[in-house]
Design a protein around this ligand. Structure first.
Ligand SMILES: *[C@@H]1O[C@H](CO)[C@@H](O)[C@H](O)[C@H]1NC(C)=O
Ligand SMILES: *[C@@H]1O[C@H](CO)[C@@H](O)[C@H](O)[C@H]1NC(C)=O
Ligand SMILES: *[C@@H]1O[C@H](CO)[C@@H](O)[C@H](O)[C@H]1NC(C)=O
Ligand SMILES: *[C@@H]1O[C@H](CO)[C@@H](O)[C@H](O)[C@H]1NC(C)=O
Ligand SMILES: *[C@@H]1O[C@H](CO)[C@@H](O)[C@H](O)[C@H]1NC(C)=O
Ligand SMILES: *[C@@H]1O[C@H](CO)[C@@H](O)[C@H](O)[C@H]1NC(C)=O
Ligand SMILES: CC(=O)N[C@H]1CO[C@H](CO)[C@@H](O)[C@@H]1O
Length: 869
């Protein structure tokens, strides 16, 4: 049993000279006591011996819990009774089995070492049974656990490659030379290098040495305002102003495995409706329903794909949520408009804010007031008042266990009496508040009828914490931290609000529509992706903002929120034709792809700049629609196994030796196989693109490039989006893409087969009805694997059907296969044992196209080609 916990207890001697007299200035020292081994870990207590943190109020006795939860996931929690903790609903699958079965020690990929006195701990990757690489070691960093200030840190390697810790507008790789990564949800536009709308205290670290690499991840489940300081001297220091230390360590060892292990904990990404992957159009400042109607008809006039039309707050009556402006967006016309969209298989998504206008004649206010399920002020009873678009508002308390009785009911009333929307866009939910804390001139409000859950504040002032992450008051553009929710003090639970709102909103939509819902939230917390989507907020119509959107999306894919995108063509500021062109190209690959604009900016729908941009938009969006089977299959993978849809190059090539790969954030991969090298600079007509090793094919022509771990200059005239397919992969597509995802789905499929240097390729296709809630859990879908192999002279492609329980798939046909890297001549092709002449071989790039295959996708497929006739 001794080896079961891979635990070494090192008894350190108290450093000479640390005596009781010096306690005031000396850092706190805790000693481990009452160690208790459990079947899959240990418990112990940490008892303060001497010293004190910088702000006093040190907690004397802490509880240590260690759990070897899975082979690759270690849980280390340091807490104290009666302290705030993130509710368990934010975490999934605590153990690899339920009830937990101890994991044989030799199977654990990590080793934990604890120093008893002074307490510290270290985590190593195990190599066999011995300690390998050190991933974490708290010994030399200040360990403080006091009422309103906690710190813990680790030493790390020189110039570490660290990613994550959002939400921040920043390059993909975090600056290791002294960056402060602040987390506290805040409405601050897309200001670079500051805390923004969401909190995801997770980082992934990539270590490389020669041709070897490994990645690990660290997650702190904590929702209080915090700083994570990286560097300057090979350290990572976490500082938070509340809660507990609830750490999870993920062993990877590949970056994609790290994210899968993290997503298993916070919840695999939810499965979006198929149409959510279509193209979306929105703006703030549509004046009336006629203008919105004109947008939709302009799209069809210019032949540009459009799945979903959105409206921002303009549609509301005086910015009251769940209302329609009777003059500009009258109910009957809105209903007719949405009915028309639906008849053309298009969707409608309106915005909803959490703030409910204080207005004694407004139903949504009257019933929120009556329900008592609102955020309460510092007295713990009366409704907290903020000021948002409609003026003074109160806010639903999404942590209230009965909140659906208010929120879902409002959504349902709006749906039934207003407009049958298909999804909801929830904004301003950090919570944003124009008063920056209490509104001086706020009207008085009713008391909550629910029993108050206000707790004793043990003498601390939540509005004035002694340590301020980001050096900024917590109520900046928000409500005061001494407000109350059913979870307790807002100071503690504030970061959870957006994700809780997403959850309640999604439940409402699923109940009303009986189908998968799209809920796009600005504010998020760890676990958001399990419930809904995110857009990157109020960016700017600048080249820099467009470039940084890539890193934003890559980070959110790591956070488990793959349905993410930025406002295409930019939100604040006027876009230009050239910027909007390049952004439409890049945006055509965003997992969540929406053109959105601010009020009073020049219009930027893709047809307003004339026929050239309209034609480019049409082409890149049709290409997106042709790729949707690929995207949708990637979402299925992420939903069922965790992991990313869009990922950095280093995820697939962690051992790349060039030294460039950890930094690359101007290019990205969709899945493992489609590499995008978009133009991100004004007036550029070429891009310098990095090619990791392996064979790559020009996506459009099949021309091969040998990946040489070097940058290659690619031509990229204004109408061109450079894309490459990685040899070794098969990408499922639709032929003849149409203007909606629904129409596109009626078209035959195509397989793009990109053979690697050994003549192999593999891929998969997932097809279901695209909207039902249970298709995956009840396996009502088609899931097929494709394999291709070839020699210099012959090759073949075959399928293996893994699940075939979606009858409509019998009517869906495979129309064409395209093979990149075919033999240098092809003279005969067989489809399912019968020769066909319906193929085209182009010797120039060795591309074979076999047309009119006409086999149902539910049927076993065999295509054989040869150069021997
Ligand atoms: C979201 O709601 C579901 C019920 O629909 C619940 O099981 C889950 O715990 C909730 N998630 C969070 C983060 O509260
Ligand atoms: C942690 O770091 C300290 C100080 O650098 C070192 O003495 C100790 O051996 C390390 N712990 C382990 C288990 O490697
Ligand atoms: C529709 O397109 C026409 C032609 O580009 C343009 O004049 C008009 O403003 C557009 N309407 C809207 C609402 O975008
Ligand atoms: C709000 O609720 C209180 C009772 O909790 C009631 O006295 C008051 O009239 C209500 N206000 C409105 C506008 O309904
Ligand atoms: C080629 O692809 C096959 C199947 O996808 C894979 O197993 C193999 O490792 C790849 N070989 C090379 C050299 O990339
Ligand atoms: C497919 O091609 C590979 C490589 O040429 C060969 O080994 C295999 O037998 C072929 N399979 C079929 C079904 O023709
Ligand atoms: C990178 C970038 O352009 N960021 C801008 C996004 O928008 C906000 C608000 O307008 C600006 O403050 C940022 O500089």
């Amino acid at each position: 049993m001794a080896r079961l916990w891979v635990l070494s207890l090192v008894v350190a001697v108290l450093a000479l000279g640390v005596s009781a007299q010096q306690v005031q200035s000396a850092p706190p020292v805790y000693a481990l006591q009452n160690l208790n081994k459990t079947p899959s870990g240990l418990t112990a207590q940490l008892v303060l011996q001497s010293g004190s943190g910088p702000y006093g109020a040190d907690i004397k006795t802490l509880d240590l819990l260690v759990e070897y939860q899975t082979q690759s996931r270690l849980h280390v929690k340091i807490s104290a009774p009666d302290r705030w903790q993130v509710p368990p609903s934010f975490i999934q699958h605590h153990h690899h089995t339920d009830p937990p079965v101890p994991i044989p020690p030799e199977q654990l990929e990590y080793a934990l070492s604890i120093s008893e006195n002074p307490f510290s701990f270290a985590v190593h990757r195990k190599s066999g049974t011995t300690l390998g690489e050190q991933l974490w070691n708290t010994t030399d960093q200040p360990f403080v656990f006091s009422e309103q200030y906690l710190s813990i840190g680790t030493s790390t390697v020189k110039n570490p490659n660290i990613y994550g810790l959002g939400e921040r507008v920043h390059n993909l790789r975090l600056d290791p030379s002294g960056s402060v990564n602040v987390m506290w949800n805040a409405d601050k536009g897309n200001t670079p290098d500051t805390n923004l709308y969401g909190t995801h205290p997770f980082y992934l670290e990539l270590r490389t040495a020669g041709a070897c690499s490994s990645a690990h991840g660290v997650f702190l489940l904590n929702s209080n305002a915090m700083d994570v300081r990286i560097g300057p001297s090979e350290t990572i220091l976490w500082e938070t102003i509340g809660g507990v230390f609830d750490f999870y360590f993920f062993m990877g060892p590949t970056p994609e495995e790290v994210t899968r292990q993290y997503h298993r904990l916070v919840g695999f990404p939810y499965m979006p409706p198929y149409w959510a992957l279509g193209w979306h159009q929105c703006r703030w400042g549509y004046e009336d329903i006629q203008q919105v109607r004109d947008v939709v008809s302009n799209y069809s006039h210019f032949g540009i794909p459009l799945d979903t039309q959105w409206t921002d707050i303009d549609y509301m009556r005086g910015y009251r949520v769940f209302t329609l402006d009777p003059v500009r967006f009258p109910t009957q016309e809105m209903q007719a408009f949405v009915a028309e969209l639906h008849s053309r298989h298009q969707q409608f998504v309106p915005i909803v804010d959490p703030g409910v206008k204080i207005d004694p004649d407004f139903d949504a206010y009257i019933s929120l007031n009556q329900s008592g399920m609102f955020i309460r002020g510092p007295d713990g009873k009366s409704a907290l008042v903020g000021k948002v678009w409609p003026g003074f508002t109160i806010f639903p308390d999404f942590s209230h266990s009965d909140i659906d009785n208010y929120w879902a009911k409002q959504i349902e009333l709006f749906y039934m009496n207003g407009i049958p929307f298909d999804g909801l866009w929830i904004d301003m939910n950090e919570i944003a508040n124009f008063c920056n804390g209490p509104c001086d001139d706020a009207p008085s409000t009713a008391d909550a009828t629910v029993s108050s859950s206000k707790r004793q504040l043990s003498g601390f002032d939540p509005n004035n914490p002694p340590y301020l992450p980001g050096d900024e008051r917590l109520e900046f553009h928000g409500i005061a931290p001494d407000s109350w929710t059913s979870h307790g003090l807002y100071y503690d639970s504030h970061d959870l609000y957006g994700t809780l709102e997403t959850n309640s909103t999604r439940r409402a939509l699923e109940k009303i529509r009986g189908k998968r819902a799209l809920v796009v939230s600005r504010s998020t917390f760890s676990g958001q992706g399990h419930i809904g989507a995110h857009w990157l907020g109020d960016n700017e119509s600048t080249w820099k903002s467009m470039f940084l959107s890539i890193s934003g999306m890559l980070a959110f894919n790591m956070f488990g929120v793959p349905l993410v995108g930025a406002d295409v063509c930019g939100f604040n500021g006027d876009t230009t034709e050239q910027l909007c062109t390049r952004w439409m190209e890049l945006g055509s690959l965003y997992p969540f792809a929406r053109n959105h604009n601010s009020k009073d900016q020049r219009p930027q729908e893709p047809y307003v700049f004339g026929t050239k941009l309209a034609a480019i938009s049409r082409n890149v969006l049709l290409n997106r629609y042709s790729l949707l089977p690929f995207y949708y299959t990637l979402f299925f993978r992420a939903h069922t196994q965790g992991g990313t849809v869009m990922r950095p190059l280093f995820f697939e090539f962690p051992s790349d030796k060039s030294g460039f790969i950890p930094y690359i954030d101007r290019q990205f991969l969709v899945g493992p196989s489609l590499m995008a090298s978009p133009v991100l600079d004004q007036d550029a007509t070429s891009v310098s693109a990095y090619f990791p090793s392996g064979i790559w094919y020009d996506y459009y022509t099949g021309k091969a490039i040998n990946g040489d771990q070097q940058f290659v200059t690619l031509d990229a005239p204004i109408d061109f989006l450079p894309l490459h397919v990685r040899g070794g992969f098969i990408i499922p597509k639709h032929m003849n893409p149409q203007l909606t995802t629904w129409e596109t789905r009626q078209q035959p499929f195509e397989l793009l087969v990109a053979l690697n240097t050994t003549g192999h390729a593999g891929g998969e296709l997932f097809v279901d009805d695209g909207e039902s809630l249970t298709s995956i859990s009840s396996r009502q879908y088609l899931h097929t694997e494709y394999q291709a192999s070839s020699t210099q002279t012959t090759g073949n492609l075959s399928s293996r059907i893994l699940a075939n329980s979606y009858p409509p798939a019998n009517l869906m046909k495979l129309g064409r296969i395209t093979v990149y890297g075919a033999p240098d001549r092809v003279c005969a092709v067989n489809v399912n044992g019968r020769p066909t002449l319906d193929f085209v071989f182009s010797a120039e790039n060795r591309v074979l196209k076999v047309n009119n295959i006409n086999t149902p996708i539910t049927q076993q497929l065999s295509v054989v080609w040869t150069s021997q006739c």
